[in-house]
Ligand binder design. Sequence first.
Ligand code: PLP
Length: 404
Amino acid sequence: MFQLNENYLKLPGSYLFSTIAKKAAAYRAEYPDRPLISLGIGDVTQPLALVIIEALHEAVDEMAKAETFHGYAPDLGYEFLRRAIAENDYAARGCSIAADEIFVSDGAKGDSANIQEIFSSDSRIAVCDPVYPVYVDSNVMAGRTGEYDAATGTWSKVIYMPCTAENGFAPALPDVTPDLIYLCFPNNPTGSAITKDQLQEWVRYASSVGAVIIYDAAYEAYISEENVPHSIYECEGARECAIELRSFSKNAGFTGTRLGFTVVPKDLKCNGVMLHSLWARRHGTKYNGAPYIIQKAGCAVYTPEGKAQIAEQVARYMENAKMIREALKESGYTVYGGVNAPYIWMKTPDGLTSWEFFDRLLNEANVIGTPGSGFGPSGEGYFRLTAFGNRENTKEALERIRRM
Ligand code: PLP
């Protein structure tokens, strides 16, 4: 008789967002005349930029004619997009990444979950705590994480690297040596970034212990400070020890359209075998690429008009971030993030737990945010607000918090 992959049964339910949705629904049912505003959205809200829409229309028209019709896309993605990425995201920043080291995909979520498949099942993983939950969950499914302790919210075999106000939200090198190190900067949920020198230290460490860094740079478009790297390949030696995940979601609004890519340099090897070959093999078999139409639209992001239009969108979100930071500070809260990322990470006041503050915000301000503890044990006592809402709602939410 068939058996299930029991690792899936170990996963705790999607506690965070389902609990938030349940609490919000119960509140709406009880107080239908009190409209709630969400500052908890992790999705973009501005429509796709005009240049992207035009590229989509053109690509659709091409599909209507035999001469310009496109069938299956190449496994690694179209050369026109991979070249645009190599030139604009890497060569322009002084990074040596070739077009054929770029694997176009349908987004960073899938890639960040799937990349672990090319590593041995007994690899030890290290993660920032708190962080985007996909890295741990995908390793749970693969059976790498040991047992779950509900009391502490931790897995026995995962190496947690706390990121708190005390260390400036930059993890210290772990005491136990990992095989795979997931780093996400700018970080979701803390909104923090690390400097090039700090990242260089991680590259040095990974090289010295023979670990691979899986670097999630999904929020690089939000970086505003000069000394914060946009890519791990700005660091010396990273080609030999790092994989980078990128997304078109948060910079160009492709959350619904789906486009991203992963960089696996050919210098990254294990006992002489290129990880590039394994990931290429995986792409060829379990295809998670993007359609021609979407890849054409992605190319539009790199045109001069595209760059200008998406920069405007990012700037609009970052104005929200600034507004949230300043308003919360004026109201006496301690806030972090929001300078190199669309996330504001605040300390909960009066020693409240993350969920207690969630309830206070819901009941007293009718505002929804995200409890920090949902992103990992070190997120307890913190709370995440996002800058992705529209201006008017964000302003209104802040006014309600001020009056609280
Ligand atoms: N990586 C991080 C850190 C994220 O926060 C998210 C989405 O919120 C993703 C990846 C997912 O990106 P994509 O939309 O390209 O799948």
